[in-house]
Design a protein around this ligand. Structure first.
Ligand code: ZN
Length: 754
């Protein structure tokens, strides 16, 4: 069989298809082990029982809600059953989200045996026990608390390890990482060398190790050694850093702790909705979290962290079997070595079958054309889905037909490029161009993104070595096949990860990766295709049919509901009460059709996205107050002490100050509110928002320092969970649209000048 015989391409295509199917099946957490199958290991059965007791009848338990206190007591009870009595750290704290609350963290410490030459060292497992207002937070993060309790059960019966082990269960994670901010002030925080944080952004899927911090090589080494089913890629962290998500680990990192963050990201359509419940939570995910966390904690507990850290690692798991990891500084060297091997192989191949610069030029055009066209088709298809209303959100209910259509379009693009270049090039010229460009791209990226290109890097030295060593003849086809196999094994998991983590906006990137995989088959293209135009025409026709189907499908279903919040708003400035429909307003579902007869307006001065509004009957609400306690004119301007309180006893009360106000410091109950993150400032249109969670009737005391003495424009609002009964009391029966994040709430607002 020679490179361009056509049979090789058929085999290569089948190979890629088989890899896609196998890796798709492999993209699942390991099956639940039977009870007692792994003595000493994490028992998901115990964890499920504990989680069941914690979550029994439990609805949303947002910071400041009575339900959270019930859960706190249940957690304390579970620890007591194990003979442990956690410390409750109760602290009033403000975060850089602009939110302040009294949080109650639970902490348990298992003393280590030492030696403790340079003070005590501790490793920590961190999870959170609060939820958002819209859902019961079973996967996010009752799973984490169940892991902590099962870990505690093991540690209680095991001999002490070298380091102390701290279990930290934080409060107020969802409302601005408040519990983590509180913990970094706790005296134990100074002892913590490394953290494992268990999180969720969905209800199922593998437990990915997606987040690390500086000097991660040692911990990545532990992860590689002690994780039976690894799932990780240093690219994931590079992606995560660019996403608007934070975890408690973000705060620990800022406090100089190192660590690893693990999270599941499948079932993101359930995330922060009522469907993050027991029914939708995959027990395999809980088991996988537990296996990873317990293994890591045990290994970290024996490590001497006073030894200087070994720097950063680049890493990627291979088929979930093992983790390839190396010092990140080696990446350019490996890339250069790989490129050198590829060029040596290319020299060898071209000595046996000479290639001309013209052939190489056409082959290069094929490679670049394939990558860019696949990415472009991905981008255009994403735009089509968004513009047609088939994908108003990043994760839709039935992405299958659209993805299948796109796959067929990419195959058509591949054919098109083959038709363009195959007769003008030889198989050898195409092989040289494909891998020389891949190698050059890797070398180029290796200096700028040495940790993000692990999946791209590994095929380069492997294929280069094979090209140098493997004999001619059938060996050539084998080298091409090796390239396709390695590329598929590394790229398909990345494709699944991108689709889960970023949703449909990742289609251009997925196109690029698909182009890379398909490009590995370019050398096998026959000069004349036996089926001629029939193959691309068939693919395009099938893609068209699938696309028509995709465009007709509802983007929502009971399993992937639309996110809509119904808010009862009392606006004192207008002296009016209104119902507001907020969230994903791409469709107004039938039962809420009356909203279409209403008005569309923004409800806060910084809002850019109007809500649907309907007149509502008054229920006699009163707006919050900002009462001046003390105002003083000083040299630079004014200092103001104000009492912020909800006059109707709502647990959340907020004030936002106009961007025109030149505030130099903001304090709440004596705590400095750190400058807000850029992302939060943008969300509030540069208004400076401060929120306080309290059940104290006297509210919170806000202290401002202001440059100049112009009156400050302020917007006040409070928020209580739930909406008044009546008009929308059938809300819970409607299944394909659900509340999300804070959920359905009642808000009273007003503006004033101080
Ligand atoms: Zn969470």
């Amino acid at each position: 069989m020679t490179l361009s015989s056509g049979r090789g391409l058929l085999l290569g295509g089948v190979l890629l298809g088989v890899l896609l199917a196998l890796l798709w099946l492999r993209n699942e957490p390991p099956a639940v082990r039977s009870a007692g199958a792994a003595p000493g290991g994490f028992s998901v059965h115990q964890a499920l029982e504990v989680r069941g007791r914690l979550m029994e009848g439990m609805g949303p338990h947002r910071v400041g809600q009575p339900a959270l206190r019930v859960l706190r007591d249940r957690l304390l009870g579970e620890f007591q059953k194990l003979g442990l009595s956690p410390q409750v750290q109760s602290t009033f704290v403000c975060s850089d989200y602009g939110t302040c609350a009294t949080v109650e963290n639970l902490l348990v410490r298992f003393p280590g045996r030492g030696p403790h030459a340079e003070g005590r060292q501790a490793v920590m497992l961190a999870v959170h026990y609060d939820s958002v207002g819209a859902g019961p937070g079973v996967s996010d993060d009752a799973n984490g608390t169940a892991v902590a309790l099962e870990v505690a059960r093991h540690l209680k019966s095991e001999p002490a390890r070298r380091n102390d082990i701290i279990l930290l269960i934080t409060d107020g994670e969802e409302y601005g990482l408040l519990g983590a901010h509180a913990f970094v002030r706790h005296p134990w925080a100074n002892d913590v060398a490394a953290v494992v944080n268990v999180e969720a952004r969905g209800s199922s899927g593998l437990s990915h190790m997606f987040e690390t911090g500086p000097n991660n090589a040692r911990l990545v080494g532990f992860y590689a050694k002690h994780t039976a089913r690894p799932s990780t890629n240093s690219l994931a962290y590079a992606v995560y850093k660019r996403m608007p998500n934070d975890t408690d680990f973000t705060v620990f990192k800022a406090a100089q702790m190192t660590g690893l963050g693990i999270a599941n990201i499948e079932g993101v359509v359930h995330y922060h909705t009522p469907y993050d419940d027991l029914e939708h939570s995959d027990p395999r995910t809980l088991q996988h979290h537990g296996d990873v966390a317990l293994g890591l904690l045990r290994a970290m507990a024996e490590e001497d962290f006073s030894q200087p850290p070994p720097g950063d690692a680049a890493f990627v798991d291979f088929l979930g079997l093992f983790v390839l990891h190396w010092p990140v500084g080696w990446t350019p060297g490996i890339a250069l070595l790989g490129l050198g091997l590829l060029l040596a192989g290319a020299y060898r191949w071209s000595r046996e079958e000479p290639v001309t610069p013209r052939q190489l030029g056409w082959a290069s055009l094929g490679w670049w054309g394939l990558l860019l066209l696949c990415a472009g088709v991905g981008f255009a298809y994403f735009k089509l889905l968004s513009a047609s209303g088939a994908a108003p959100v990043s994760w839709i209910a039935h992405p299958g037909p659209a993805l299948a259509a796109l796959g067929l379009l990419w195959v058509s693009v591949f054919w098109l490029l083959c038709a363009l270049i195959a007769r003008r090039t030889t198989g050898t010229a195409r092989w040289i161009a494909v891998w020389a460009w891949w190698g050059l791209l890797t070398v180029g990226l290796s200096f700028a993104f040495p940790d993000a290109i692990s999946s791209l890097l590994i095929p380069v030295p492997l294929v280069g070595l094979a090209a140098v060593l493997v004999p001619r003849g059938v060996g050539r086809v084998a080298v091409v096949g090796l390239g396709t196999t390695v590329a598929g094994c590394l790229m398909f998991p990345l494709v699944f990860f991108l689709l889960s983590s970023l949703g449909l906006p990742s289609l251009p990137l997925v196109g690029l990766l698909s182009g890379l995989m398909l490009a590995s088959l370019l050398p096998l293209s026959p000069a004349r295709w036996p089926l001629g135009w029939r193959l691309p025409a068939g693919c395009a026709a099938a893609a068209a049919v699938l696309s028509l189907w995709a465009l007709r499908l509802s983007p929502y279903s009971e399993q992937a509901p639309q996110r809509l919040n119904i808010v009862y708003r009392f606006d004192q400035d207008r002296q009016s009460s209104r119902w507001a429909l907020e969230g994903d307003l791409s469709r107004v579902p039938g039962p809420l059709a009356e909203f279409q007869q209403g008005t569309r307006e923004v409800t806060a001065p910084w809002d850019t996205k109007p809500s649907f509004l309907l007149p509502a009957e008054s229920i006699g609400l009163t707006a919050p107050e900002l009462e001046p306690l003390h105002v003083e004119t000083v040299a630079a301007g004014r200092t103001l002490q104000l009492r912020l309180r909800s006059t109707r006893g709502a647990p959340f009360v907020s004030v936002a100050f106009s961007p025109a106000a030149r505030l130099t410091s903001v304090r709440v109950n004596g705590q400095t509110v750190p400058a807000q993150k850029e992302r939060i400032r943008n969300r509030y249109g540069q208004w400076r928002a401060v929120s306080c969670v309290t059940d104290a009737p006297q509210g919170c005391v806000v202290e401002l320092s202001q440059e100049g003495s112009e009156p400050i424009e302020a917007f006040l609002y409070d928020e209580s969970p739930g909406i008044p009964p009546g008009r929308f009391s059938r809300r819970a029966e409607w299944k394909d649209f659900v509340p999300s994040q804070n959920g359905d709430v009642t808000v009273a607002s007003r503006s004033l000048k101080i």
